[in-house]
Design a protein around this ligand. Structure first.
Ligand code: SF4
Length: 430
């Protein structure tokens, strides 16, 4: 299944002895690898490629790959996924070249590949009719829009646990011969170049307020395109492969916002590095407008993923926070009882439920009690707090309206404080 293109690797060859571009035949495609690969690396890459091939045939596929520390996992992952992506692009470019005139049906019905977010859809052979229409036209070869780019190959999302791990992977990417449009998604805290906002402590809220105001807003925000299009970040530029720090540096030079530039770059990127939460947490994904439908998702150090996934759909609610929320809800109820009254009742029900359960919980540490429930048991517990399949949609609707009010009216309106609204967005995953 794994065949080598050049001389076979030997166990005593040192992978750190870098050489010029070397291509190896792995899983039926050519993979550039910067070093003489070990047999285990070839096997690893073979698995990645066969998984991608299967995903292409069947619509989706997963692989759980394990390899000891220091065996070049990240490099193998990058080289194999990028090689496969490149092969797909070439295949699709060729297929596009062979399509002479626009297919009238394709103009009526969306392209199935675009319709799936440009990713994994079962492979379909070009029909004879399509092949019959070959002309010299090459106008469709160059992708100009995101949809066209997506059509050529799925985007790779490479997710790691921490920003320092992302920096390490970017260093590995630098070693490869592959260069595709890239982006690193990270928080405002990492990227923000506005010193006043940075000093304020609440970077997210301050930034959202400033960017709402086109006149007196953040001057860095106005230069975001200038940063995104900066020559050093383009093909062949010294920061074509860049780290968070590199983007911040260029951002400071052109006085453009690296946070929004990274988000813009991610729209067209074929390789996106990000922390896990950007692909796992539905709230973050929605807020960042990340579409992973049909993408190649690489979760590095995936042994952490169970905890991360659990955290992403969990919420911590303590009695104090609920009591504060209840007090605020009581104050705003007169403003719009239709929205706030059901939420007020929910907090009341949850507080009473907590009170009833206290004595039945096991003590973990001082004033901390816990219990473990299966999914079914947890649902029954929620029902006891009057959160049922019937009431939940109503509560969700009210919570959505609360958040909507803030977005439309602003922070100074007669509504809940931002911290309480944040509590709602976490509880209802909005
Ligand atoms: S727009 Fe960018 S630079 Fe300005 S406050 Fe927001 S994150 Fe900071």
């Amino acid at each position: 299944m794994v065949a080598q293109h050049q001389s076979p690797p030997s166990a005593n060859q040192n992978p750190s002895s870098s050489s010029s571009k070397r291509a190896y035949h792995v899983g039926g495609i050519s993979v550039e690898f910067p070093y003489q690969p070990y047999g285990t690396q070839l096997a690893f890459m073979g698995r990645v490629i066969s998984t991608l091939e299967r995903a292409q045939r069947e619509g989706h596929c997963h692989a759980l790959l394990e390899s000891p520390t220091g065996t070049g996992k990240s490099l193998s992952l990058l080289c194999s996924t990028l090689a496969w992506q490149q092969t797909q692009k070439l295949k699709n470019q060729y297929a596009n070249l062979t399509l002479s005139e626009p297919d009238p049906e394709a103009m009526i019905y969306p392209n199935p590949i675009i319709g799936h977010g440009g990713g994994f859809v079962p492979e379909t052979k070009p029909s004879r009719n399509l092949l019959a229409g070959v002309t010299e036209s090459t106008s469709q070869a160059a992708p100009s829009s995101k949809a066209q780019q997506m059509k050529l190959a799925p985007t790779i999302f490479y997710a790691s646990r921490t920003h320092s791990q992302i920096s390490q992977v970017v260093r590995e990417y630098r070693k490869t011969g592959y260069r595709v449009p890239m982006a690193i998604l990270a928080s405002r805290k990492r990227y923000c170049t506005n010193e006043t906002v940075n000093r304020s402590g609440n970077i997210d809220e301050k930034c959202k307020l400033l960017t709402k105001n086109p006149e007196g807003g953040c001057s860095y925000f106005k230069n975001v395109e200038k940063l995104k299009d900066h020559a050093s970040l383009q093909k062949g530029g010294c920061h074509e492969v860049h780290d968070i720090e590199d983007l911040v540096k260029v951002g400071n030079v052109v006085e453009g916002c690296p946070y929004y530039a990274a988000r813009l770059m991610a729209e067209k990127a074929q390789l996106v590095f990000c922390p896990y939460s950007y692909v796992i947490n539905p709230i973050v994904r929605r807020a960042m407008d990340i579409d992973i439908q049909g993408a190649i998702l690489v979760l590095d150090e995936a042994h952490n993923i169970e905890d991360i996934a659990r955290d992403a759909v969990s919420v911590d609610l303590n009695e104090d926070a609920l009591q504060k929320l209840q007090t605020e809800l009581r104050q705003v109820c007169s403003g719009d009882a239709m929205i706030y009254q059901p939420l007020y009742k929910m907090t009341q029900d949850l507080l009473s439920w907590m009170e009833r359960k206290k004595s039945k919980l096991e003590m973990r540490e001082f004033q901390q009690f816990y219990s473990c429930w299966t999914g079914d048991q947890a649902l029954r517990e929620l029902q006891e707090a009057n959160i049922t399949q019937l009431s939940f949609p109503i509560l969700l609707d009210c919570a959505q309206k609360v958040l909507h009010q803030r977005l439309n009216i602003g922070f100074d309106c007669f509504c809940l404080a931002a911290s309480q609204q944040y509590l709602f967005s976490s509880c209802f995953f909005l």
